[in-house]
Design a binder for this molecule. Structure first.
Ligand code: LMR
Length: 390
């Protein structure tokens, strides 16, 4: 049986975690995998999460099974943060808890694979390297459309629209709700309007990956395009992650919402989500979602979470602005948003920076801006200066 299997390369991004750990140089800088870091370079458990976990330890009476939908109250309390309170109550919208944003993407992909018309999933170039494998492993055809042009460091919107014009009715378009990973580049308001018009006219289904809400422009601003999309189209899918904005990475906390054309179809969608979740993971892990529920059920804890998230967001935005000021060739970073930026560096340059300076970033030149510190920016800019291609 296993004789047919071939060796597989390790995930390039996750491999960086181990490489960085093994590097003994004290001045090493980790700009690899997307986790928030404070100015001491740490990723602490958020204060509100700690408080919620203490509360859970004291009061949780059972760990008996829930169900494939996970913690329903968690989903109910999270929905207004994502969609606003009016839209969250839309009977055409149904949501379940998932193991992280990846679980949400996979569950959504499996649902798409059960849908009508063998849709193709359209994915921008570049995107998070795990997007295409998630859809392909669910048996779906994946096609790329241009998004960010590394040669100019800007979004090639005309090429994106021209490619999506080739999509057939019912195809699915994967969109980053905010904080584009890996580029940080953002469509303008006018471009979003044009894109929504195209999706509506050609009856394409948006599949929004919203993994960084609150880490770009703010909780509401980061959800604005997701809300506008849901307003405009009859069917949509939203994969959500709490891993970054609640700092719950390894606890794997996410949710999937699907909007169907009417509430009868929503019931069928939900039935299918539950059947799929049951066969994929039976039910999602409880702990992280229960901690989020504790926070969102308590006004004081919720306010504390929002304050800390805002501290994180402002720190990232400040570093982004500092970086843009320190190196004129990176000025465009100031107009982008979120944790990531894709620097114009060749793969060879990325490897040289790793070997010569202990600077760890993704092979694509993507950096996690939160890995920088005020005191390391000048050294970082000096190290990359000779390698920048624009
Ligand atoms: C990232 O892009 O660094 C994060 O989303 C972590 C991951 O799972 O790849």
């Amino acid at each position: 049986l296993f004789g047919a299997l071939e060796r597989q390369p390790a995930d390039a991004l996750l491999r960086l975690i181990g490489l960085y750990r093994q590097d003994q140089r004290p001045h090493k800088i980790d700009l690899g995998v997307g986790v928030y870091r404070n100015d001491a370079g740490e990723t602490p458990v958020m204060r509100a999460i700690k408080a919620a976990e203490h509360r859970l330890a004291d009061t949780q009476a059972t760990k008996a099974y829930l169900g494939p939908e996970g913690d329903e109250r968690f989903v109910e309390l999270l929905a207004p943060i994502v969609f606003g309170s009016v839209k969250a109550a839309d009977p055409c919208l149904t949501g379940v808890q998932t193991p992280g944003g990846t679980g949400a993407l996979r569950l959504g992909a499996e649902l798409v694979a059960r849908g009508a018309g063998r849709p193709t999933v359209w994915i921008g170039t570049p995107t998070w390297p795990n997007h295409a494998p998630i859809f392909r492993e669910a048996g779906l055809a994946v096609r790329s459309h241009p998004f960010f042009d590394p040669a100019t460091g800007t979004i090639d919107f005309a090429a994106m629209i021209a490619a999506l014009d080739q999509a057939k009715v019912g195809d699915v378009v994967l969109l980053h709700g905010c904080c584009h990973n890996p580029t940080g580049a953002e469509l303008t308001q006018a471009q979003w309007t044009d894109l929504i018009t195209l999706l509506t006219e050609r009856r394409l289904i948006p599949f929004v990956d919203l993994a960084y809400q609150g880490l770009g422009r703010g909780l509401d601003a980061d959800a604005a395009t997701t809300r506008a999309l849901l307003e405009a189209v009859p069917e949509a899918i939203v994969a959500y992650s709490c891993d970054k904005n609640f700092g719950l990475y390894r606890d794997r906390v996410g949710a999937l919402w699907v909007k169907a054309a009417d509430d009868g179809r929503t019931a069928a969608v939900r039935d299918n989500l539950l059947v799929l979740a049951r066969s994929l993971w039976s039910m999602p892990p409880d702990h992280g979602a229960a901690a989020v529920r504790e926070i969102l059920e308590d006004g004081v804890l919720e306010a504390a979470w929002k304050d800390e998230l805002e501290e994180m967001r402002t720190r990232i935005a400040g570093l982004r602005a500092e970086l843009a000021r320190a190196e004129p060739r990176l000025a465009a970073l100031a107009d982008q948003g979120g944790m990531f930026a894709m620097l114009p560096l060749s793969r060879e340059a990325v490897l040289a920076l790793r070997t010569d300076h202990g600077i760890y970033m993704a092979d694509s030149g993507r950096i996690n801006i939160a890995g920088l510190r005020s005191e390391t920016i000048a050294g970082f800019v000096a190290a990359i200066a000779a390698h920048l291609q624009r």
